[in-house]
Design a protein around this ligand. Structure first.
Ligand code: FPP
Length: 235
């Protein structure tokens, strides 16, 4: 991966709900876990493409707090893939200027996985090109409740965003992508998405790549972001 000069603070915040792994596998007559493994390969492609596409922060939904309801073997497979990804890719991420952070609860994760997360965060801490945030055991509603407790005296939205999302660089989401055809937020980054542009695609996550990311960003750049105001010519 080549290094570029811009820093992640200058880029867009793109969030992705990586949906459709199970259906992608089922169409091939394969177990769902092979869909998740293919999902990791798609994530690698997107991480490679993101910085040059103008993305500074990429937040991906790897495991929601509601995903604990899935069969134990699927939960184990997802946790295994996450650990493997962090162990295999942390060095390469560091070399490519990608800083890794996990968001979400850690107290219900297996201790070795927590150590792997901490190690990956340590190795990549100097990454300045892309901030890759992986949401694990994440619920936006729980995150909001917990941040309210930590910063009861927050007087501005900015203070609250920093409390909620200390590692997001205080950046709200610019573009939320959901693959797999569903059109809902599923308890992902609810506060941070207050003014996010939403882009839904029927493409299953394992088929997503840098080109699909460019299409989504193209749609984003064609949107008129008014934030409740008027568009520029009218104003
Ligand atoms: C939703 O597809 C996807 C997930 C619940 C997990 C996403 C996980 C990965 C892409 C791989 C692991 C991630 C990392 C960061 C290593 P689904 O299973 O709900 O698919 P379906 O809607 O077709 O059933």
């Amino acid at each position: 991966m080549k290094q570029s000069t811009h820093s992640w603070q200058d880029g867009l915040h793109v969030a992705i709900i990586m949906d459709g792994n199970g259906r992608w596998a089922a169409r091939r007559g394969w177990p769902r876990t092979l869909g998740h493994a293919a999902g990791v390969r798609a994530l690698r492609r997107v991480v490679r493409a993101a910085p040059d596409a103008g993305v500074g922060v990429l937040t991906v939904f790897a495991f929601s707090s509601d995903n604990w309801q899935r069969p134990q073997h699927e939960v184990a497979a997802l946790m295994g893939l996450l650990g493997e990804y962090l162990r295999k890719d942390a060095e390469g991420c560091a070399e490519a200027g990608v800083r890794l952070r996990a968001i979400g609860r850690r107290d219900r994760l297996a201790k070795p996985l927590v150590s792997t997360i901490e190690e990956a965060e340590r190795i990549t801490a100097q990454g300045s090109r892309l901030l890759l945030r992986i949401a694990v055991d994440y619920s936006a509603r729980d995150a909001i409740v917990s941040a309210s407790g930590r910063l009861a005296n927050a007087s501005t939205r900015e203070d609250f965003l920093r409390a909620l999302d200390p590692d997001g660089g205080g950046k709200e989401v610019d573009l939320l992508i959901r693959t797999g055809g569903e059109q809902r937020l599923s308890d992902f980054l609810l506060w941070e998405c207050a003014y996010a542009e939403l882009w839904f695609t029927p493409v299953f996550w394992p088929d997503f790549d840098g080109q699909t990311l460019e299409v989504a960003l193209g749609a984003y750049h064609n949107r008129d972001r008014r934030f409740g105001g008027l568009s520029s010519p009218a104003a």
